[in-house]
Design a protein around this ligand. Structure first.
Ligand SMILES: Cc1cc2nc3c(=O)[nH]c(=O)nc-3n(C[C@H](O)[C@H](O)[C@H](O)COP(=O)(O)O)c2cc1C
Length: 385
């Protein structure tokens, strides 16, 4: 491909795009990121509204995981979407983002076994597909504690989880979001049901791939009762081992998930691919099995994003950490100016510091136009495809 056509395709990152029922102003998506700054009652408030509004230039913001129930909470400071106060709190965010012309969806999660009784108001054990503890430690008010052996969900408990997601999806609608994303990755409850390492059930929710997919599909169908499918996305992370996630055949498992979700006509599949890309996993085969939009995530910079879009391997690109310290990331990517590094020490908890206090580009910085780095662009294409 010659240089002119690379430039023409590169513009695609900043071109409008359809995503299910939504029309987005560009293909830059803000990946969901837990920041643990919710107020009493796990409510988002003015602080979150300011944070997301600062980033509203993204084609789509996906707000951090919100727990669908008290049972689904993992740590202090994560917001919920199961109470009237939480709905009212999130309304501040959706209004602020919409006032700036942005689009925002909410990620819904239930953390399943990666929780601790000390993090639950009722002191109850966390739940999971099977009575198998996750490796690692929970951050409790009394300090780090090993994750306990969870209570294996009964069939009635599973039905209750599905109902929790349905109710939370309805709440997200009442709060003014443009859609919802189901968190089926990163070792949380829906992922725990998908993977063989955490799911040893012998009933209709365990064993075969079709059975391990059942909860995700039931939840997807439940949320599609309160949202049009064109405003629902699902996030998966096929090779992320966090939380003790393993499967003997992730390509078969997630290929089947992509195909089954495609039949349900949801808007998008959001895939945390990992920083190394790992082409041997066959990301493009996953994408080929899904009819909606494919959002790729994990370690992208401008040049890798352009390469992924211009090859047709992804429809949109989501950026996580880059959005933390660069509220005007879209503008910075467009201008090609350097990105500020984020400070991991303030990823979680606290207030405005490391959250809403990262500056946007000054007028002078916006006037600078660094030369397009053709070498990096060519390397990104070689590295990727
Ligand atoms: C502070 C922090 C919090 C995160 N919280 C979430 C989350 O709530 N839900 C989720 O799906 N991923 C979460 N992630 C993962 C990001 O969405 C993203 O997949 C990851 O940072 C890789 O993308 P990047 O290389 O562009 O940062 C989080 C990442 C970070 C750094």
């Amino acid at each position: 491909m010659d240089q002119m056509s690379i430039v023409a395709r590169a513009d695609g990152l900043f071109a409008p795009v359809s995503l299910g029922e939504l029309t987005l102003s560009n293909r830059v998506v803000m990946s969901p990121m837990t920041r643990r700054r919710a107020g009493p009652g796990d409510t988002a408030g003015h602080l979150q509204a300011e944070y997301y509004a600062q980033r509203a230039e993204a084609g789509l913001l996906i707000a951090e995981s919100a727990q669908v129930s008290p049972q689904g909470r993992d740590a202090a400071g994560t917001p919920g979407i199961h109470s009237a106060a939480q709905v009212a709190g999130w309304r501040l965010t959706t209004d602020a983002v919409h006032a700036r012309g942005g689009r925002i969806m909410l990620q819904l999660w239930h953390v399943g076994r990666v929780a601790h009784p000390l993090l639950r108001p009722d002191g109850a054990l966390p739940v999971g597909p099977s009575a198998i503890a996750a490796p690692g430690m929970a951050e409790t008010p009394d300090g780090p504690r090993p994750y306990p052996v969870p209570q294996a969900l009964s069939p009635a408990g599973i039905a209750d989880v599905v109902a929790q997601f349905r109710a939370a999806a309805a709440n997200a609608r009442a709060a003014g979001f443009d859609g919802i994303e189901l968190h089926a990755g990163n070792g949380f409850l829906l992922d725990q049901f998908l993977r063989a390492s955490s799911n040893r059930r012998t009933d209709a929710y365990g064993g075969s791939i079709a059975n391990r997919l059942r909860l995700l599909l039931e939840v997807t169908e439940a949320v599609c009762e309160v949202w049009p499918a064109g405003r629902v996305g699902v996030r998966i992370s096929p090779i992320n081992p966090w939380g003790g996630m393993q499967d003997s055949d992730p390509a078969a498992l997630f290929g089947a998930a992509a195909a089954a979700l495609s039949v349900r006509n949801i808007a998008y599949l959001h895939v945390a691919e990992a920083r190394t890309r790992r082409p041997m996993f066959g990301w493009s085969r996953l994408r080929d099995r899904f009819g909606g939009a494919y959002i790729a995530n994990g370690g992208f910079d401008r040049y890798c994003a352009e390469a992924a879009l211009s090859s047709g391997r992804a429809d949109l690109i989501s950026f996580g950490r880059a959005f933390i310290a660069n509220p005007d990331l879209v503008q910075r990517l467009r201008l090609g100016v350097a990105l500020r590094p984020a400070d991991p020490a303030v990823y979680y908890g606290g207030g405005a510091v490391g959250y809403t206090d990262y500056p946007s580009l000054s007028l002078q910085q916006r006037m600078m136009r660094p030369a397009y780095d053709w070498r990096r662009a060519a390397l990104a294409r070689l590295h990727w495809w």
